[in-house]
Design a protein around this ligand. Sequence first.
Ligand code: BG6
Length: 510
Amino acid sequence: METRFTDNPFREGIVARRAPEPCALVIFGATGDLTKRKLVPALYNLAHEGQLPAGFAVVGFARREKSDDEFRAEMRAATGQFSRFSPLNPGVWDNFARGLFYHRADFTAPEGYAALRQRLEQLDRDRGTAGRRLFYLACAPSEFAAVIEQLGAAGLAHRHGPQRIIVEKPFGADLPTARELNRVLTNAFAEPEVFRIDHYLGKETVQNILSMRFANAIFEPLWNQKYVDHVQITVAESLGVETRGAFYEQAGALRDMVSNHMMQLLALTAMEPPSSLAAEDIRDEKVKLLRAIRPIRPNCACDCSVRGQYARGTVGGKRVAGYREEPNVAPDSNTETYAALKLHLDNWRWSGVPFYLRHGKRLPKQVAEIAVQFKPSPAVLFAAASAVPLQSNTLVLRIQPDEGISLRMNAKVPGTALNIQPVKMDFRYGGAFGASSPEAYERLLHDAVVGDSTLFLRGDEVECVWAITDSIRAGWAENPTAPALYEAGSWGPRAADEMIGRDGREWRRP
Ligand code: BG6
């Protein structure tokens, strides 16, 4: 099960990928939402696409009493609801479900793991999984350490065979807890066997950031402080916290989205070209970039960051509650549902180019994009003759929805007068490639099965990111003002406009 260069997803199409070998995937937290909405539907989709090996087995591990057949029936209903290949193909489902099992046990009780081991050995005999195991921590983060330790104690960790472990987010809650989790993990598993998930890396358009940058010759020469004025990374959500109030109260926008998904977008956008497409070379460059982020000193946190919280308002024509009125949220909660940051990268390429990041819930629309704003053209010729200032070129990488790339440039309006207007050159993945993209979890599960860690985070990478967000939180703790309220359905608190406005810039309206 060693990782091979040719497995790398960035080389797909250039080099054929290896067919995965039969293995058993054990999902801890099999009765939870993630299993039902994402994991089992993604596995079914892979089976539908013929991408799972014949002997592949899934063992759902959870506390509730349930038979294999009950588990299969529940998973069938969920897959019918959440798979992109719904209605289900009965033949594909039946075949897939024959490898689906349920194992009832407590996360902390050794007997459950001894029984799991026996069950897996039985699967080795019945389905030819040959000791290949993949463990997926989809349970509550507070249970991660116990599960890892029990796997080690039961002889199910790396010293005893070819194993891997996938760890869901959040990976710790700050630098000390992430370090501790890394310590527990690497006591039981070797680092190459650990697959820390960030589902944004499974999104096609996120992977395409690197392809766009390094498969084309025209962008890279401009991709630096000589030509780029600033970069804006936006991940806006129109949804509120829905049923996740209790979790969100502990997390907040900074930890829930910025410290993982948005930092990944930043790293892929700004990193240096890796020396090869091998997992370690790509991850080395990401870490180098993350290390170049200038730490935000607590006394600067107010100038370089803004936190907000949504109040009642209207989103998509519907009146919605304020955050403090959501279920399981304290009526006087100071948890932020919006965060905006201004970051500087202290390296040769990006010196002096601010990167503005913003994320919020209950914003007017669901959109994720990276906008690279170029410097204005010299103030001569058309710029000098134009009555209104010419707009600078902007390259926008749209992550979702309407995945694509657009370039704003200036063109002359047809006619006798000299009138220059911005126009857009637009490329859409859907239009160009037709077929629907695999879901993020399909790509990631497949990569974990074949042992390719390119799209997963390394231990030092998560620690780098926590160091940055911890410094911001320390600044907020030193200035414990309540987050600025913004009306649901607006683009966030005024303080965020003021932050970017102090630099003579403004947020885009995606
Ligand atoms: C999750 C966060 O990691 O990502 C959620 O916990 C957020 O709060 C979600 O809504 C967004 O993911 P996507 O794929 O819908 O953009």
